[in-house]
Ligand binder design. Structure first.
Ligand SMILES: Nc1ncnc2c1ncn2[C@@H]1O[C@H](COP(=O)(O)OP(=O)(O)OP(=O)(O)O)[C@@H](O)[C@H]1O
Length: 555
């Protein structure tokens, strides 16, 4: 019963790593420090003579760790990858030093934490621990399914991708650290309630690294992975003990077996789930639709006519172009060191229009999209959306305001289904008809497909669909046809030209495919060496001698 309780308590810090590293992709090597903080706080309350009910002590143990989680969350706003690993390791070292200097209160006096009347027996305490675990897992899974919780997965894939969906990466990182710390802290409170007194050594650097290793090895992003990890942490040392093998060999076994998971980023639970998802993806959905484009393509004609709006509201083509441009870029300049990537670029995108920005490689197109969408804060000039000045606004705020973008390199989160991604991009509840309609429009895969299982071209279409369901004022498409075969690129061109009427938005397309530009755009702006060298209708602008010379390198 004692070992079973230890295994239950062991789930907390492993699950906590599963949230921070497994879900949000941030390395954390100090999860047992949070456990120690939880235990220390409960010990301090006990030593001070407060006799609080066990439920309250557990809650306080969790809450005590939250400010420290926030602190590390703040560090993660500036640091990434191995640097974050080092900072969390330093935090673990500092916490371990603290626990050495200031042992858990009551430890030396043997003042054990009192669990209270109904939980004095080991079996009662086991059931209490299991109940607390079930509650924590319930809360964590609710939070994980919320918009904030889903944003943890998006941040893991790409911070820029998250911002482009209107998700503030700072909120995602801070919340995941605070929730992770609380989960670990609850484990600490239970641990000290189980053992009565705990030595600070239990929360040292090495045990923290073992917890990290177990979380990666078993895929603690999912609860079954955290449970398997905790079971292994209890069972393996017992087996080694029974076989007369030194306990440290267990750590070595975990380290070696975790190597493949560290390489791929997928632990056992994740690999198992991915396999099951692939299997179910190969089976037809209950509604008979497979993840095949052929079944969707039959609907081409209705969209070609442009008669069927995605929403059943009054989306119709306006009779006159509205006076205020949807997007105004005024005298925009960007300097990268000695390279002037953009030099006084002025572009006006009329309401409900399709405007292309073209230019040879290195002309400044991507820089322009990055600056306009808020990913390059250091520009000079002005960006206005429907007359509102966006300068100084962060990328996620611009996205929330209706300025959406897609990327040359797709960033749709592989762990989500297409429907979940669209939901997140929309920032509101979408009903299934709405999801299916937009997927039909962009010729995307079915709503239930896992993004990990669809090809790059389809992911690009999903990203475009995500932009559209967010009801943007302006959608910036960075090379949307890249990677699509020419027949699909042609079809995408048709859809782009329909976007202003169907989705009431303006579209800015960065594209190298001149056939597509000619067929879908109302206006073209040509950049070369960061300057606008021509603007006007595609026919007029693309035949300008300056433009021909810029593209062909001839007089
Ligand atoms: N981070 C950076 N640091 C320094 N120079 C950069 C950086 N990013 C882009 N540049 C330079 O800025 C100029 C514009 O680059 P940009 O990528 O915006 O062009 P582009 O038109 O999008 O090219 P492509 O069609 O190849 O994507 C180029 O000279 C490029 O080398």
């Amino acid at each position: 019963m004692y070992l079973a309780t230890a295994a239950v308590i062991g789930v907390f810090p492993i699950l906590s790593v599963g949230l921070i590293t497994g879900r949000a992709g941030i390395i954390t090597l100090c999860q047992l420090s949070f456990t120690g903080i939880g235990a220390w706080s409960v010990a301090a309350l006990n030593a001070a003579g407060y006799s609080l009910p066990i439920g309250l002590l557990i809650l306080l143990g969790g809450l005590a760790a939250v400010p420290f989680g926030l602190l590390l969350g703040l560090a993660s706003l500036r640091l990434r990858g191995i640097n974050m690993g080092i900072v969390t390791l330093m935090f673990a070292a500092a916490a371990a030093a603290y626990f050495q200097l200031y042992p858990l209160p009551g430890l030396s006096a043997g003042k054990v934490v009192d669990r209270g009347a109904p939980f004095e027996s080991d079996s009662a305490f086991f059931w209490l621990s299991l109940t607390v675990l079930a509650l924590v897992v319930g809360v964590v899974s609710l939070v994980s399914r919320s918009r904030t919780g889903t944003s943890w997965l998006v941040v893991r894939t790409s911070e820029r991708g998250a911002a482009s969906l209107g998700l503030p990466t700072a909120v995602a990182k801070l919340t995941v650290f605070m929730v992770g710390a609380a989960v670990s802290g609850v484990g600490g409170a239970l641990l000290i309630a189980q053992t009565g007194v705990v030595s600070g050594d239990s929360f040292g650097i090495l045990p923290s690294i073992v917890v990290f290793t177990l979380a990666i090895l078993f895929g603690a992003r999912f609860i079954e992975g955290a449970i398997l990890g905790a079971l292994a942490s209890v069972v393996v040392p017992q087996l080694l003990l029974a076989a007369g093998i030194p306990n440290d060999i267990g750590t070595l076994i975990f380290a070696v077996t975790a190597l493949p998971a560290l390489r791929t980023g997928y632990g056992m639970a994740e690999a198992l789930r991915a396999r099951l998802a692939r299997r179910s993806n190969n089976n037809p959905a209950p509604d008979g639709r497979r993840e095949s484009k052929r079944s969707i393509s039959r609907d081409r004609s209705r969209w070609r006519q442009g008669t069927e709006p995605v929403h059943t509201d009054d989306r119709v083509l306006p009779t006159a172009v509205e006076a205020t441009p949807a997007l105004s870029i005024l005298d925009l300049s960007v300097q990268y060191g000695s390279v002037r990537a953009l030099d006084g670029v002025t572009i006006s995108v009329p309401s409900r229009s399709v405007v292309a920005i073209v230019g040879p490689n290195g002309a400044g197109k991507s820089t322009l999209v990055d600056a306009v969408a808020g990913f390059l804060p250091g520009y000079t000039g002005e960006v206005r959306l429907n007359g509102t000045n966006l300068d100084g606004w962060q990328a996620h705020r611009r996205a929330q305001a209706g300025l959406r973008r897609t990327f040359q390199q797709v960033r749709a989160t592989a762990d989500l289904t297409v429907q979940q991604y669209l939901q997140l991009a929309a920032g509101r509840r979408l009903d299934r008809d709405e999801v299916d309609a937009v997927l039909d429009f962009v010729q995307g895969p079915t709503a239930r497909s896992l993004i990990a299982n669809v090809d790059v071209g389809s992911r690009r279409l999903i990203e475009i669909g995500g932009g559209l369901v967010s009801e943007p004022a302006v959608l910036l498409l960075d090379e949307p046809a890249a990677g699509l075969p020419s027949s699909e690129s042609e079809l995408l061109g048709e859809r782009i030209s329909l976007m202003p009427s169907v989705f009431k938005c303006s579209v800015v397309v960065i594209e190298h495919d001149m056939t597509l530009v000619h067929s879908v755009c109302d206006e073209v702006t040509v950049l070369n060496f960061g300057r606008v060298i021509a603007t006007g209708s595609p026919k007029h602008a693309l035949s300008d001698p300056l433009v021909v010379s810029a593209f062909l390198g001839a007089e």
